[in-house]
Design a protein around this ligand. Structure first.
Ligand code: HEC
Length: 399
């Protein structure tokens, strides 16, 4: 009953999380497009009122006329539209999902028994939970300190971007060493997503509140508040594509179970940022196909690195192993979890929908079985102590 309850909450939370994220990212992409697509107003009266850019748009059968004021409009209306709940809802639902998906079963989902780091391979579930939370928190602290120290007056934002890019490579590397591959991809995405939400919560919204307050009091707002809001929302713009990729990565074990998973992850993060850059420039009327081409090249390098090696399969015996042996291994190492009625505590249904109760099901799922066994992703956390010989046997099974 408990595991059913957890599964069902997972399902509903995921729904909420995806919807909130779509709304947030959609709005954020819209505003970047708007900001970059503004044209100098044709009407002189508008310019006199302080309008610095405008956009005419047609949508849903109506015409829209957006105007952006460089400084303060003469009178600020009381019913300003603010955007923050979408960001907060996305983070909160994402964090709740992380708790029920990973932190309830850290031994399976967080600990990486194959880690090169001895201490990480032998962490207890609780240690892994604490480490994961610390990782998220430190991610924000380091990022935020970098912003404050490298470009406090937003005059060295280029250097800062390089710093943030290097930081993300380090995050990708550390996460894959300390946590299971799936969790590593998710946590790297979560470090970026936390920075995005915290940027909104700690800097963008409070800065906007100070600006509005000053304007209402008839004072000149501190220009740094505006500039900092911009700096942080620019970072958020480049985080969006990589974050979405890492959040949907959890079924692609070829990527996260690879020995160089962190390189694959870093390449895909940069590919996402480059492709985003193309659209940012495109909205400003600059078409620079070099960016997406570079992005696709990085994706191709990731593809090449992730390609399964055929060496092991070739070195196997010509005839391949007996199917009865394959079935025995799967029964011993997989079926505790992957059965219609799993016997492994904590599982109420076959995980990921895969059950291997009989030979037909095993034959039917041959490809995916070989893939997850070869990458080392399954058995999950090697809970069932599969040996290297058994792994080789599954990989060599050809008919
Ligand atoms: C301790 C329980 C457990 C054991 C043992 C186990 N699995 Fe899994 N398996 C899971 C869970 C949980 C998932 C879902 C994880 C996910 O969503 O990525 C899963 C997912 C899978 C998937 C789908 C992967 C994907 O997301 O595309 C395959 C295929 C799979 N297992 C095969 C196997 C094979 C083959 C074995 C035996 C060698 C095995 N598993 C042993 C728990 C287990």
């Amino acid at each position: 009953m408990l595991s059913y309850l957890i599964e069902f909450s997972n399902f509903m939370l995921r729904w909420l999380h995806v919807i909130a994220a779509i709304a947030w990212i959609g709005e954020s992409i819209y505003f970047v497009m708007l900001d970059n697509g503004l044209k100098t107003p044709k009407d002189e009266n508008c310019r006199k009122k302080g309008v610095f850019g405008e956009m005419w748009a047609v949508h849903g059968g109506g015409f829209y006329h957006n105007q952006k004021y460089a400084t303060s409009p003469e009178k600020l209306p009381d019913d300003l539209h603010w955007s923050f709940w979408k960001a907060y809802t996305t983070w909160l639902s994402g964090f709740a999902l992380f708790i029920i998906l990973y932190m309830v079963n850290p031994d399976f989902y967080l600990v990486n028994p194959n880690s090169n780091w001895e201490w990480a391979a032998h962490m207890t579930g609780w240690q892994a939970n604490v480490l994961a939370l610390t990782f998220l928190l430190l991610g924000w602290v380091v990022y935020n300190e970098m912003c404050k120290r490298i470009s406090p007056n937003m005059e060295r934002d280029g250097l800062l971007s390089i710093g943030v890019a290097i930081m993300m490579v380090v995050v990708a590397y550390l996460s894959t060493q300390m946590f299971s591959g799936r969790a590593a991809f998710l946590l790297t995405g979560a470090v970026m997503a936390t920075a995005m939400s915290a940027n909104v919560f700690f800097w963008i919204i409070p800065g906007q509140r100070r600006i509005v307050k000053a304007m209402k009091a008839g004072e000149t707002p501190n220009p740094l508040d505006g500039k900092r809001g911009k700096q942080r929302s620019v970072h958020n713009t480049y985080f969006t594509l990589p974050v979405v990729l890492l959040m949907i990565s959890n079924h692609y074990s070829f990527a996260y179970s690879h020995a160089y998973a962190w390189v694959i992850m870093a390449l895909l993060i940069f590919a996402g940022a480059l492709i985003r850059q193309y659209f940012v420039l495109m909205h400003a009327g600059k078409i620079q196909p070099g960016y997406p081409v570079a992005g696709v090249l990085l994706i191709m390098v990731a593809f090449w690195i992730g390609m399964p090696s055929t060496q092991q399969a070739n070195s196997a015996t010509e005839s391949g192993p007996d199917i009865a042996d394959v079935q025995t291994v799967i029964e011993q190492r997989c079926v505790a979890c992957h059965a219609q009625s799993p016997t492994q505590p904590g599982f109420s249904a076959p995980p990921a929908g895969f059950a291997y109760d009989n030979l037909n099901q095993i034959l039917h799922h041959k490809e995916s079985i070989q893939q997850v066994v070869a990458s080392g992703y399954m058995p999950l956390g090697n809970m069932t102590n599969m040996t290297d010989e058994e792994r080789a046997l599954i990989e060599a099974w050809s008919e």
